[in-house]
Design a protein around this ligand. Structure first.
Ligand code: ADP
Ligand code: MG
Length: 701
């Protein structure tokens, strides 16, 4: 694009001015000509035909009609106040309804005037009823302007108040497109255009706003989505290339005694095929001269700890130290128990470094870490304190990465020079398409298989009126010696009320499971950390049988005897949250059960979430469904990746285009990693341009 023209502030566009410009920027982040050009419609109305009112039925998509307002009435009072207009075209009458901005509408609706109205007919109490219709004078010009598919733009109340409804925006964009004629330059290479059969950029931008038919629209959409995703991939992948060139890794050429002895003498069970595959990928990284930056994804219970241990053994075989950082003391202790148990047999000194360790002992650990006497250290944030100095840290493993920020990872990286290899582990599955985008610049390994003998958790949905039976069932299980979780939602917006419900729930459960026959504990966010840890510890040790909790129950806590989970008000949890919670059970040999209790009135989305939970235990399938139901905006990791700012592509729907765009970016970078070739000139300029502007696709690392 030619800088000067497209960077012009939007206030200079005829029809905008300072007031509208201000609103455009504040409301929808449109600041420049370029922003406006990329303000895309979210749907289109078929304007090839004008419908008659007698033809309308509620199954029709967006359509247009013409006619007159024959009557206006204001009805209702206060919040129920609304405006109802009768609208007639001679073949019939429909009702138009407004709930907001009544005064303005009354003053602007004119009698004896022919209007063009755009509607999505919907049925209300058996009658076609159109709320907040978009209307225009049915002038020849408007009707002509309206041929073909008409773009509908996302708008807000404040935009509308300044005359910028969808049609107002369409007019501005039309003006801009005319001014921009001949100025929109191509930003993809000729090779890409021909290989992916793309239309050129100028046509695409014209057609997306003013498509003459749906075929043309499809081509424009494809081109623009591809372009958007391609530049994200290019940016991420090129950053990775540059990082690899700049940062040298510690080579671990040897696989020696520790690995071999562990494998032959100590490993108590055969590895799953998935674990083997992932360990191979890690070994390859460690053997190269590159610094490993790998994300290991695997559902709860898939055996990630063992993979981390194998990586640690490779570091040891090469004479280096290793560490594992976990988000909480409980998880750090759990890892320490497992891993030091194995390492002891190999004669490797291991330390546990958490906040609750006494100063004296800490100092001893610090000293032994810097001398190299301690070779593996497992801990919490305590690991990244300044005092902690390693002799030669070769590998840092980070568990449940979403609890840590990029900054904390960066500190770990600085604990050695050259930086240690980094293995980040997460039990929050991320759909493939999202991983490619959010984690586009790091490598991803996936464990997609459970160790054998695991019984999938059986999940059931019960309405509140099934609560008694539900807790009868829990009692049966507890009487058999099992432990149970009962989870209550607490969300910020209604924290006080939720908290009351939690306490009421606890009292209710105390009646069902009375002292001293049963022991009941509670863990929630308002407790002091020490108290909460204690409640968790007691449950872990089997001292309490029933734990009433909020979602503070740690991810990754491994209590095989806990086989029942009741989730109260399950409709209030998100899908991935439900899945994470459920992951705390189903870890032992006995069959586990999860019961989702809900109220009677459920939205379609909630029903969909509950059905997915009852149908499958597969974290990746659940993550895909979650992405479909919620859209990517809310998902973890999307904030820092900048994909929340996608203008046209949709991560939930455009998976195929993401793959294509990624392949295209990889292929191009293979040929020309620094974008120096003349045929990539336009690509390089555009990439540089979006990198300088707000767009931050730095990803994680
Ligand atoms: P997560 O991936 O959730 O961190 P863990 O590493 O805690 O899972 O493993 C869960 C349980 O599965 C542990 O008790 C572990 O010993 C066991 N496990 C791991 N790998 C295997 C395997 N290949 N075969 C049998 N059990 C395994
Ligand atoms: Mg784990």
């Amino acid at each position: 694009m030619q800088e000067s023209f497209f960077d012009t502030p939007v206030k200079y566009l005829p029809g905008v001015g300072p007031v509208r410009a201000d609103i455009l920027e504040k409301e929808v982040n449109v600041r420049t000509f370029s922003d406006l050009l990329h303000y895309f419609p979210f749907r289109y109305v078929d304007r090839t035909k004008i419908y008659r009112i007698s033809e309308i039925d509620h199954s029709l998509p967006f359509i247009q009609i013409t006619g007159h307002v024959t009557r206006i009435d204001k009805v209702g009072k206060g919040r129920g106040e609304r405006l109802i207009a009768e609208f007639s075209d001679g073949t019939g009458t429909i009702k138009l309804v407004w709930f907001k901005g009544l005064r303005w509408i009354i003053s602007s609706l004119k009698p004896n005037t022919e209007y063009l109205v755009f509607v999505k007919p919907s049925l209300f109490m058996g009658r076609i009823n159109i709320a907040h219709p978009e209307m225009d004078m049915a002038t020849d010009e408007n009707i002509k302007f309206a041929s073909g598919l008409q773009a509908i733009y996302p708008i807000t109340e404040k935009l509308t108040a300044k005359g910028l409804n969808s049609r107002g925006i369409a007019r501005l964009i039309y003006t801009l497109l005319q001014m921009a004629q001949g100025k929109i330059s191509e930003n993809l290479s000729p090779d890409l255009i021909s290989k992916y059969k793309l239309i050129n950029r100028e046509d695409a931008l014209n057609d997306i706003h003013r498509p003459s038919d749906s075929e043309i629209l499809k081509k424009a959409e494809f081109r623009l989505k591809f372009e958007e995703l391609f530049f994200i991939q290019l940016s991420l992948l090129q950053s990775k290339i540059i990082r690899i060139e700049k940062v040298k890794g510690i080579p671990f050429p040897v696989v020696g005694n520790y690995v071999n002895r562990f494998y032959k003498e100590i490993l108590p069970f055969p590895l799953t095929e998935s674990q083997k595959k992932v360990i191979k990928e890690i070994r390859k990284d460690l053997g190269s001269r590159k610094q490993m930056n790998r994300l290991l994804q695997g559902d709860v219970g898939s055996g990630k700890t063992l993979v981390a241990l194998m990586a640690i053994l490779i570091a040891l075989d090469n004479g280096y130290q290793a560490c594992i950082m976990a988000p909480t003391g409980i998880l750090a202790n759990q890892h320490f128990k497992t891993i030091s148990g194995y390492l002891e047999k190999l004669g490797v000194a291991t330390a546990n470094l958490t906040g609750s360790i006494h100063r004296k002992e800490k100092n001893i650990i610090y000293q032994k870490l810097s001398s190299g006497e301690i070779r593996v250290c497992i801990g919490t944030h305590a690991l990244i304190q300044d005092e902690v100095k390693f002799k030669n840290l070769g590998l840092a493993v980070i568990d449940e990465q979403h609890r840590f920020g990029v900054a904390q990872r960066a500190i770990l990286r600085k604990k050695n020079n050259p930086p240690p290899h980094i293995l980040v582990m997460t039990a929050t599955p991320i759909p493939r398409t999202l991983a490619m985008t959010v984690y586009g610049d790091i490598d991803v390994s996936v464990i997609d298989e459970m160790p054998p003998g695991r019984k999938p958790v059986k999940t059931y949905h019960r309405y509140d009126n099934g609560r008694v039976q539900t807790y009868n069932f829990v009692t049966e299980q507890v009487n058999k010696g099992r432990q149970a979780y009962v989870v209550f939602p607490i969300i910020e917006e209604s924290e006080t009320l939720d908290f009351k419900n939690l306490l009421a729930g606890f009292n209710f459960l105390k009646q069902i499971f009375p002292d001293p026959t049963y022991t009941t504990g509670m863990a929630h966010g308002r407790m002091e950390a020490g108290e909460r840890d204690d409640a968790m510890r007691k449950f872990t040790a089997g001292e309490t049988q029933i734990l009433v909790a909020t979602n503070v129950i740690e991810v990754g806590v491994d209590i095989p005897n806990a086989t029942v989970m009741v989730i109260e008000s399950a409709e209030r949890f998100g899908l991935s949250q439900l899945h994470q919670l459920r992951g705390r059970i189903g870890r032992g040999a006995e069959q586990s059960f999860c019961i989702l209790l809900t109220g009677k009135k459920l939205s379609n989305d909630t029903i969909a979430r509950i059905n997915v939970m009852c149908r499958t235990n597969d974290g990746f399938e659940i993550a895909e469904q979650d992405l479909k139901l919620r859209g990517p905006g809310d998902l973890e990791g999307t904030q820092q990746s900048g994909i929340a700012g996608l203008r046209i592509a949709n991560l939930a729907k455009d998976g195929q285009i993401i793959s294509l765009a990624r392949d295209a970016a990889m292929e191009l970078l293979k040929k020309d990693p620094h974008l120096k070739l003349p045929q990539h000139g336009a690509v390089a300029v555009y990439l540089n341009d979006i990198r300088i502007k707000k767009t931050d696709w730095a990803g994680v690392g």
